[in-house]
Design a protein around this ligand. Sequence first.
Ligand code: SF4
Ligand code: SF4
Length: 298
Amino acid sequence: MVFFKGCPLRCVWCQNAESWRADAEIAFKSHLCIACERCLERCPKHAIATPGHRDPKICGHCFTCVEACPSGAVTRFGVKRTPEEIVAELRPEFPLLKESGGGVTLTGGEPTLFPEFATSLARLLRSEGIQVTLETCGFFKLELLRPLLVELQLVLFDIKVFDGEQHRLLCGSHNSVIKENLISLAEAGRRGEGPPVWPRLPLVPGMTDGEANIRSWAGFLRDSGIPFLTVVPYHPMGANKRGWLGLPAGPDLRVPGDREIEAVAQLFFTKGIMVFKPGEEDFQGNSTNGQAPASYAA
Ligand code: SF4
Ligand code: SF4
């Protein structure tokens, strides 16, 4: 996977807050700090009052404190790389990827914020015989993405909150362009003029799991000729990262239980939409064979 940094959305349940801003950031993991004060001593701007207390107005983002910290308490999120450098780093993995039929996924953050870069990278990977998948939040200008789309094997397309106003409140923007893009990509895929598109719904209790939301997405997918999706249960694995970055904590959310997931899958299923678990998808086009995965079968 290649993680891009920068995202146009701000979903309140996001577990990857380090991917929101496009520039490199400094994080502080207090549980790793051994209070050696090397960060204070080495900072050329004297921007650190005490360990973990960096004045962002004074900080020059030289990352000297990151290099000086012996314990990893001061951490950098984000490095600059050229497409060529990324390919060089990934090249040792190429034989295994080819043998296993795998590929490289461009994800984030939001790769479509950088269409020229993503296209160059995808083109280089393809020239090496590596399949490329794009994972996107769907918030992009489709016209800017045409050169990238021809390089892709698959588009994993996140859908979240169906109602536009609710989407704006929970994800930071209206979702009309997201819906339009999903329809356009699905139509292009069916005509053989673009890669197949596969929707993914994060199942976040109290946010995306409401019956009205599920019914609305099921109808939308059916009408768009996409009779399948992946449901991705929420997990709180990245919750600590907001604190490391000095951001306010997100809402207190719980992990959906198996019964809740199955109820959502059943609701989709009654609308003619097959639901897959993450990692159990059939991306090769057998998703419409009428066979639900055993765990989600009606
Ligand atoms: S990034 Fe550089 S200027 Fe900023 S706190 Fe660290 S050492 Fe100081
Ligand atoms: S250099 Fe690292 S371990 Fe030492 S005081 Fe600073 S943050 Fe803590």
